[in-house]
Design a protein around this ligand. Structure first.
Ligand SMILES: Cc1cc2nc3c(=O)[nH]c(=O)nc-3n(C[C@H](O)[C@H](O)[C@H](O)COP(=O)(O)OP(=O)(O)OC[C@H]3O[C@@H](n4cnc5c(N)ncnc54)[C@H](O)[C@@H]3O)c2cc1C
Length: 326
């Protein structure tokens, strides 16, 4: 039986992303339970990782293709039972690419993993989160994209493990850019977006959602909605976040005119930073928000857009060469 596990994480100046931290946490627990050695592949920059590590690789590149290629090389020895990634866009893409390279299974949204009767069992939500399904990996390593929603209980971060190998980015061909398409907030998949500006009944109607679209466009994000807003016909069903909609985990979630009912919260509570705007200071969404604004979305959202525009105009002026001013 192979006796190693690999975790793929992205380094950065502000440390480990919460979703990568979930991957590290699950991989570490699994390694302890199975007595496996723990390896790390860190892309981008050095980062403190909790606990002790057997081996670590630091990859200068931060594109999914290079990460998958390096992870395939690391796991070529056949010793790895599982490769864990966070539920970040990079983790998901690298995990998918690695699965294709290795011809191995990839399972996303994994909430538990265990070895039972020499087979790897992976548990993830099913039927819109009302049930859980346990899948058995028929080939190893299984690529495990860890749910951002799991509880993370870890030793304090230590230093970056001493890299056993440093892989410079130039070893890989740079990806060829064939075309670049900027998706609008209405085209962008709400579950893939790093920023979600979501609205509920308090937005007041389709025109209110147009305003949210303008803000989402400024922030490079997608528009999300509650089921009430969808049922009222203000937005299409693919925008719905929650138990019977999509589960999202963006870096930033802005809830506008949303009460914060549990059915909605279940789909967005694992977001990195949650801000909420609501006229009711006692609304439930404020209890899970990192920042709360008591106010009318029809006043606060235009003010936010105006402030973003003002700061961008100011930044553009400051970038202009001094000589160009007339
Ligand atoms: C089985 C089941 C599954 C469900 N699945 C989902 C799901 O997937 N997703 C989902 O979202 N819901 C789901 N629901 C519905 C859920 O229970 C709530 O009814 C819904 O989320 C509430 O939507 P809301 O916040 O838009 O509306 P409301 O609860 O009516 O809240 C509107 C909020 O807007 C505020 N407000 C009003 N005017 C303004 C203003 N001008 N400015 C700022 N704030 C204002 C109010 O204070 C209030 O807090 C489900 C329900 C059931 C029974």
């Amino acid at each position: 039986m192979p006796a190693r596990v690999l975790v793929i994480v992205e380094g950065g100046p502000s440390g480990l992303d919460r979703r990568d931290n979930a991957a590290v946490s699950m991989a570490r627990r699994f390694a302890v339970e199975t007595g496996a050695e723990l390896d790390a592949l860190v892309s981008g920059a050095t980062v403190a990782l909790p606990g002790t590590w057997s081996r670590a690789w630091l990859l200068a590149a931060t594109d999914a293709r290079a990460i998958a290629a390096e992870a395939a090389a690391i796991t070529a020895s056949g010793e790895h039972m599982a490769v864990f990634t966070g539920e970040t866009p990079l983790g998901r893409e690298a995990g998918g690419r690695l699965a294709v390279r290795l011809g191995c299974p990839v399972v996303a949204g994994v909430q538990a993993v265990r070895m039972q009767s020499a087979a790897l069992h992976l548990t993830r939500p099913a039927v819109a989160g009302t049930r859980s399904a346990t899948l058995v990996a028929l080939k190893l390593p299984a690529i495990v994209v860890v749910s951002a929603d799991i509880a993370v209980g870890e030793p304090a971060p230590s230093a970056m493990p001493e890299p056993s190998a440093l892989v410079p980015a130039h070893l890989f061909d740079p990806p060829e850019l064939l075309a670049e398409t900027r998706l609008s907030p209405w085209e962008m998949d709400v579950a893939e977006a790093e920023v979600v500006v979501a609205g509920g009944r308090g937005v007041g109607g389709p025109e209110g959602f147009e305003l949210l679209g303008t803000l989402a466009q400024r922030l490079g994000g997608a528009v999300g909605a509650t089921r009430v807003a969808v049922d009222l016909g203000w937005v299409s069903r693919d925008r719905q976040v929650g138990l019977t909609g999509r589960t999202v985990s963006p870096r930033f979630y802005l809830a506008c005119g949303i009460s914060g009912a549990i059915h909605h919260a279940l789909g967005m509570r694992s977001s990195g930073f949650i801000a909420a705007i609501n006229t009711d200071a006692r609304c439930a969404i404020f209890s899970i928000a990192n920042a709360s604004v008591v106010g009318d979305v029809r006043e606060v959202v235009p003010a936010l857009i105006a402030e973003i525009d003002r700061r961008r105009a100011l930044a553009a002026t400051e970038r202009e060469p001094v000589g160009s001013a007339r």
